[in-house]
Design a protein around this ligand. Structure first.
Ligand code: ADP
Ligand code: MG
Length: 269
């Protein structure tokens, strides 16, 4: 085991080297005191069904320690988008569009397999390397769930308040459109440099929840002056309060702003 790569609410993730091969991985250690076996099984099942994808962290192996369960993951070396935001300030529109494109591709893959992530936020978007146009991989399937035929309706708050969709906060049944709401919040942060419902980062959760449900956000801050109207309309379509009117993954993948600005390199032949 090597250095700590990151910590979340449920786990600590460390670098680790497989002795037999020398391959370096990430190991997510989930404390048995903080989690139950069923939740962990679900996280692993989701990751197995998700399989391998360019924009999704893959599960390599799993084992049990006396005090923790260990998920062996593909190592992602560039740190969190969260830290890049904190260090570097604003993203250019091209870079932000690249993030949207890559997350949309990951969501297309997940939603197509009946998986909703439910915890999209900058902490769970990892950079493959430290370069400006690094690829992104989605991590943390700890709150992900299967949806669709045979699965119960999803209802109740799951995830992080500041990224929860209004229908979830209101206690209504919700679907995979909650991931698109969260992506809208992320895009707002990337281009505006602050959280739409918590500009100072110090608003109590219940007040954030009220603002989300009232739709209390705007582009009035001077930070939005230089931002294109195409970018703003993508944010508006993702932050649509009615989930049936919200932008879908297919809309993003057909959007000239998302595709045209993308810094993502052409796929290899
Ligand atoms: P939690 O469920 O506790 O939020 P995460 O799966 O989000 O746990 O992991 C916590 C943090 O560890 C992430 O935010 C990230 O910084 C880091 N991390 C997670 N998976 C990897 C990985 N495969 N490679 C590198 N860092 C990772
Ligand atoms: Mg996390």
């Amino acid at each position: 085991m090597g250095r700590t790569l990151g910590e979340g609410a449920f786990a600590v993730v460390k670098e680790a080297t497989e002795k037999a091969t020398g391959i370096v991985r990430a190991i997510k250690l989930v404390d048995k005191k903080n989690s139950d076996k069923a939740a962990l099984e679900r996280e692993m099942n989701v990751m197995r069904v998700a399989g391998r994808h360019r924009h999704i962290v893959s599960l390599v192996d799993e084992f049990e320690l006396p005090n923790a369960w260990a998920l062996v993951l593909e190592l992602v070396k560039g740190g969190e988008v969260f830290d890049r935001i904190c260090e570097g300030g604003l993203y250019s529109e091209a870079d932000a569009a690249g993030v949207v494109l890559q997350v949309a591709r990951a969501l297309e893959h997940l939603h197509g397999r009946g998986i909703v992530h439910r915890d999209l936020k900058p902490e769970n978007l990892l950079l493959v390397d430290k370069s400006q146009h690094s690829d992104i991989k989605l991590c943390d399937f700890g709150l992900a769930q299967f949806f669709g035929e045979g699965m119960p309706d999803m209802v109740g708050r799951t995830g992080t308040i500041a990224y929860m969709a209004p229908e979830m906060l209101a206690g209504k049944a919700y679907d995979e459109a909650v991931d698109l709401w969260a992506l809208g919040v992320i895009l707002f942060i990337l281009l505006g440099g602050y959280h739409p419902f918590d500009p100072q980062g110090a608003t109590p959760d219940e007040e954030v929840a009220r603002r989300v449900q009232r739709g209390a956000w705007s582009f009035e801050d001077p930070a939005w002056k230089p931002v294109s109207s195409d970018a703003k309309s993508i944010i508006l379509s993702l932050l649509a309060p009615d989930p049936t009117k919200r932008a879908r993954v297919a809309d993003l993948l057909a959007s000239p702003w998302v595709l045209g600005h993308s810094a993502s390199p052409a796929p290899l032949p």
